[in-house]
Design a protein around this ligand. Structure first.
Ligand code: FMN
Length: 185
């Protein structure tokens, strides 16, 4: 699959069905993350791949309202990093930028492998950190919800979520964020 195709195919789908996500798949998507660029090659990203059923049940009980759909996930990945593990150049802290880039690589590779990899911010941050043994100095940035797209739209979705299954949410026009030569909004 070409990069352009993976970028266009990736969607934050919410209608999932269970699928087996093997250790080989985990290794493959982790490897894709490892190839991302980072400041001075610091590679600050950290991931916990959660496939243990008991742990998955615990994490799924900590999802925010509106994220009930994510209970059908087959694997959840916790994405976290610490500013101490990456460049700090004056006021510029690079760990979130670098971890975001690595995570985009991971998501695109998962997409290429036919999986849905949906990032979410809606969960009880402190409780998830405690369960996963993530120390205080790390920022738990997102959870990635992995699964296979179900051909049927899940019943537990709201109207707007059902609509988003069929049509990608609108994007800003390029002229709202892309400028030539000078920032001139
Ligand atoms: C940092 C981040 C947090 C998100 N949090 C949630 C969330 O808590 N629940 C949810 O259903 N989707 C969440 N999303 C998915 C976005 O809603 C989705 O990417 C956006 O609507 C665009 O749709 P698309 O990815 O299918 O193009 C999140 C995405 C990102 C990158």
């Amino acid at each position: 699959m070409k990069v352009k195709e993976a970028i266009e195919k990736r969607r934050a789908y919410r209608s999932l069905k269970e699928t087996k996500i093997s250790e080989e798949i985990i290794e493959e998507i982790a490897k894709a993350a490892s190839l991302a660029p980072s400041c001075f090659n610091k590679q600050p990203w950290k991931y916990v791949f959660i496939n243990d059923n008991k742990l998955l049940t615990q994490i799924k009980s900590l999802l925010s309202k509106g994220n009930e759909w994510a209970r059908k996930s087959s694997l959840i990945i916790a994405v976290f990093s610490s500013e101490k593990d990456d460049c700090i150049i004056k006021e510029r802290k690079y760990h979130l930028f670098d971890t975001g880039m690595a995570t985009a690589f991971l998501i695109l590779r998962a997409t290429e492998m036919g999986l849905v990899a949906h990032p979410i911010a809606g969960f009880d941050n402190q409780k998830v950190k405690n369960i996963l043994n993530i120390p205080k100095e790390y920022e738990l940035i997102a959870l990635l919800i992995l699964g296979e797209k179900s051909p049927e739209i899940s019943d537990d979705l709201s109207d707007w979520q059902k609509e988003a299954e069929l049509k990608r949410p609108e994007r800003k026009d390029l002229k709202e964020f892309a400028f030539i030569n000078k920032f001139n909004p």
